[in-house]
Design a protein around this ligand. Structure first.
Ligand SMILES: NC(=O)c1ccc[n+]([C@@H]2O[C@H](COP(=O)([O-])OP(=O)(O)OC[C@H]3O[C@@H](n4cnc5c(N)ncnc54)[C@H](OP(=O)(O)O)[C@@H]3O)[C@@H](O)[C@H]2O)c1
Length: 279
């Protein structure tokens, strides 16, 4: 492969290094695996759907000769997160961690079983905290490494239909911003990736028909995982702490930050009413 295709944030002496991706089974996580396979010899692909992960691992091995490790793990289980964190701490060759596993719940807060709330907090918050903690122990030794924590444009907004989605994504973003500033002078890059609508398995899992959901969205058009991941990795290279792929979502976030909060809440309340009506 030509020298020029490697992004400059990759250290060439670390070409045998390890990329760890949670939620690598589909969508944005699988795309991170595909794009990082070109620059990382060893990949840990973490998720629950074994068959899909094995297919991805085989295709990356065939295309790039990558050493791919499929790890079937449910990150809603704290003991599994702990086990993964311990394994991570032992990986001196760790180069990049992508905390990507995530999903949205759908329902009224009090009607959902408490364990569902605990599960999403573990997948989004506990896993991100614990795995970042373990990764930084390794990265601080070499003063080199990258952590990408997948947040969302929803981190800037309330999400009434998915009561813990927006709040947990806001936590991920704020946590990443804080860490990024703390570690920037050590050459450890930390990014909060905030995609808007992206065409993946995500919306189908909450009962939305992908064929109609992604169609004719106007300014709220969705982007491909390929585009989102490419932008994220370019933004790491540029040193951007918050990455918002797509001009339309940059505009949305800018407006959300400029407009009075009462307007934003009123707008979301209107959307929520039509969501209730359409159910
Ligand atoms: N799609 C969007 O519009 C959008 C917008 C903003 C942010 N995001 C964020 O992007 C990230 C990736 O989502 P996606 O859009 O690519 O959707 P996706 O295709 O559904 O991917 C979600 C990934 O998370 C994994 N996952 C979910 N629960 C898990 C658990 N308990 N343990 C381990 N892995 C788990 C899934 O793997 P298994 O099913 O194999 O476990 C899957 O690989 C999420 O954090 C999501 O919140 C998505």
């Amino acid at each position: 492969m030509a020298y020029g295709i490697y992004p400059s944030y990759m250290d060439f002496t670390r070409m045998d290094k390890l990329a760890v991706i949670t939620g690598a089974t589909s969508g944005i996580g699988a795309e991170f695996a595909r794009q990082l396979a070109a620059t990382h010899k060893v990949l840990w692909l973490i998720g629950r759907r074994e068959q899909k992960l094995n297919q991805l691992a085989e295709s990356l091995h065939a295309q790039y000769g990558s050493e791919t490790h499929v790890m079937i793990m449910d990150l809603s289980d704290e003991s599994v997160i702990e086990q993964l964190a311990q394994q991570l701490e032992e990986q001196a060759q760790l180069s990049i961690l992508v905390n990507n596993a995530g999903y949205a719940e759908d329902g009224e807060y009090h009607k959902m079983d408490w364990h569902l709330h605990q599960d999403i907090m573990n997948v989004h918050v506990t896993a991100t905290l614990k795995l970042s903690h373990a990764a930084l122990k390794v990265m601080s030794e070499s003063n080199l490494g990258t952590i990408i924590n997948v947040s969302s444009v929803a981190s800037f907004l309330p999400t009434p239909s998915s009561p813990l989605y927006g709040p947990t994504k806001a936590f991920i973003r704020s946590f990443s911003e804080s860490l990024a500033l703390k570690y920037e002078d050590r050459n450890i890059k930390i990014q909060a990736l905030c995609p808007g609508f992206t065409t993946t398995d995500f919306h189908e899992k909450i009962g939305l028909d992908p064929d109609s959901f992604y169609k004719d969205r106007g300014i709220m058009r969705s982007w491909s995982s390929e585009f989102v991941v490419k932008k994220s990795l370019l933004d790491v290279e540029k040193g951007k702490i918050v990455s918002i792929p797509g001009w339309n979502y940059k505009l949305v976030v800018m407006l959300v930050r400029l407009l009075p909060i009462s307007w934003i809440l009123k707008m979301i309340s209107g959307q929520e009413a039509s969501h209730r009506y359409s159910k």
